[in-house]
Design a protein around this ligand. Structure first.
Ligand code: CA2
Length: 148
C-alpha cells in the first residue's frame, strides 16, 4: 500500500507570498505544497495537505491521521509557540512527525523561541525557506524506509 504523508499548515500560512517577503519569501503556500508533493512522489509517497486558521481543525486532522497516515509534516505557524493541544494530539500519533518553518524562529523574537511541537517531533527543519519543505519530506522518506 502507498504511504500517505500529511502536510499540515497552521494559521496565516494562507497569506504567504502576499506580505513579509523578507521573512517568508515570495512563494505562496501552493508553491510549497507542490514542491513537497513532487519530492514525496519521487519517494513513492502520497502527500495530502490541509491548511487551517483554526486549532481544532488541525487537531481533528491529526486524530484522523491516526487511521491511515504514515507521517506528518507540520508548520503550525504561530500555534507552534502556544498550543499544548497540538502537542498532545501529535503525541498520540504513532508515526514520524517533522516540524518545519520557513524562517528560523530561534533567531527571531523571544516569544518564537519556544516550540510546543518540537518535543513531540522527530526533528525540526527551520530557516531554509521553501527548501525546508523538501528537506522535511526527504527526512520523512528516510525515516519510513528505516522503519520498513
Ligand atoms: O517561519 C515559519 O514558518 C513560521 O511558522 C511562520 C509563522 C510564524 O508565526 C512562526 O513563528 C514561524 C507565521 C505564518 C505566516 O504569517 C504571515 C503573516 C503575514 C504575511 C504572510 C505570512
Amino acid at each position: 500500500m502507498t504511504s500517505k504523508v500529511l502536510l499540515l499548515s497552521g494559521p496565516n500560512l494562507d497569506l504567504l507570498g502576499e506580505r513579509e517577503p523578507a521573512i517568508y519569501g515570495t512563494a505562496n503556500l501552493d508553491d510549497h505544497v507542490s514542491t513537497a508533493r513532487e519530492v514525496a512522489q519521487r519517494h513513492g509517497l502520497v502527500l495530502e495537505h490541509l491548511q487551517s486558521n483554526h486549532e481544532g481543525v488541525l487537531i481533528e486532522a491529526i486524530h484522523a491521521a491516526r487511521e491511515d497516515v504514515a507521517a506528518i509534516v507540520i508548520n503550525a505557524g504561530a500555534l507552534t509557540h502556544t498550543s499544548v493541544a497540538l502537542h498532545d494530539a501529535l503525541a498520540a500519533f504513532d508515526g514520524p512527525v517533522i516540524e518545519v518553518h520557513l524562517s528560523n524562529p530561534a533567531a527571531r523574537e523571544p516569544f518564537r523561541h519556544t516550540s510546543f511541537i518540537a518535543p513531540v517531533a522527530n526533528g525540526v527543519v527551520a530557516g531554509f525557506g521553501g527548501l525546508g519543505y523538501e528537506l522535511a519530506i526527504e527526512a520523512v522518506a528516510r525515516l519510513l524506509e528505516e522503519d520498513a
